[in-house]
Design a protein around this ligand. Structure first.
Ligand SMILES: C[S@@+](CC[C@H](N)C(=O)[O-])C[C@H]1O[C@@H](n2cnc3c(N)ncnc32)[C@H](O)[C@@H]1O
Length: 313
């Protein structure tokens, strides 16, 4: 058998194999192969020496990537959904690569080990033994800034300032906590949960950026009763989620519903379930609440009305 015949037989074998596969890409490949074999038979194209060795494939770094690269006809998601989800990373927006289906047990264990290592490294950045006032850094920051409203209500009894002092945007953006900026207060890898009433959404995004975070997603607190509002009577508030560094996403079973349905409390009071959902996601990481008004076990707190925080604004 000549080299050309050998190569032809390889072509034939491949063509036959792909012909048995259904639909899409294999069909196209099959057509091309058929045309090539025909052209070789008729001597219209010359055969080049066979390159039987496959190009080395990059080693998959995780089960997620492996799955993303599995062709659609082999039961994977092809380069569409899975691949784009893998590229997008943990940014939310529908695809975070952790979709349905279970990874093989060994890979799942490896992923868990890798995630635990990342969390342990984040914990280390925090500086155990320190406190808020002595340089402790926090991977989880929860903030509810005292937003200032320019177009205040004409009804002076309903002004926010009757409840607590407010801060202008520049003050919030340049916030310092115990002499440190938020970028210094946060660990290099950290997550920020920040409340943003809808009229303050655009300003809140600039705060996220000034504090050194990148916006990822938001949750919405849907309240049972309608409140005031100039353009729309407000019945919801947003909890922005932003990260810095390479923060892992919460484990799938702990990921919160993006809608929080909870009753209103006193003026500006946020539902306690929010503490719970953050604790569920990040049980081992140090947490601080900025502009707190109450104490919560396991959390450090800071704010004019935070019990024992000793704030001197
Ligand atoms: C929107 S409220 C926080 C409400 C809180 N999340 C709750 O659930 O009860 C804002 C808080 O920031 C406090 N605050 C206002 N100005 C401050 C400042 N310059 N420094 C620290 N805290 C301040 C207010 O006293 C108020 O307690």
């Amino acid at each position: 058998m000549t080299a050309a015949e050998t190569w032809l037989s390889v072509f034939e074998a491949r063509r036959k194999r792909f012909a048995t596969l259904p639909k899409c890409e294999p069909r196209k490949y099959h057509e091309q192969m058929k045309a090539t074999v025909q052209a070789v038979r008729e001597g219209r194209v010359k055969l080049r020496p066979p390159r039987l060795r496959m190009r080395p494939q990059p080693r998959p770094t995780s089960w997620r990537l492996t799955r993303a690269r599995t062709p659609r006809w082999q039961g994977g998601h092809g380069r569409g959904r899975g691949a784009s989800a893998a590229r997008a990373g943990p940014t939310d927006g529908g695809g975070d690569g952790d979709g349905e289906g279970d990874p093989p047990a060994a890979t799942a264990a490896a992923r868990k080990g890798h995630r635990d290592q990342r969390l342990a490294a984040i914990e280390k950045q925090s500086g155990s033994g320190e406190s808020l006032s002595t340089g402790k850094r926090y991977p989880v920051i929860y903030a509810d800034p005292p937003w200032q409203y320019q177009a205040g209500t004409t009804d002076s009894t309903r002004r926010i300032e009757n409840q607590y002092p407010t801060m202008c945007l520049d003050e919030i953006r340049g916030l310092r906590v115990c002499g440190r900026s938020i970028a210094e207060l946060a660990t290099d890898t950290a997550i920020l949960y920040m409340w943003a009433p809808s009229p303050k959404l655009a300003e809140a995004m600039t705060v996220v950026e000034s504090w050194g975070f990148v916006y990822r997603t938001c949750l919405v607190w849907v309240k049972p009763t309608i409140g005031p509002g100039y353009w729309a009577r407000q019945r919801h508030e947003m909890l922005l989620v932003a990260t810095r560094g390479s923060m892992p996403t919460p484990l799938p079973p702990t990921r919160p519903d993006s809608v929080i349905e909870a009753p209103r409390g006193r003026h500006s009071q946020k539902p306690a379930v929010v503490y719970e959902l953050i604790e569920r996601c990040w049980p081992s990481l140090a947490k601080v609440e900025l502009f707190a008004r109450m104490a919560r076990d396991g959390w450090d707190r800071w704010g004019l009305e935070a019990p024992g925080s000793g704030v001197v604004p």
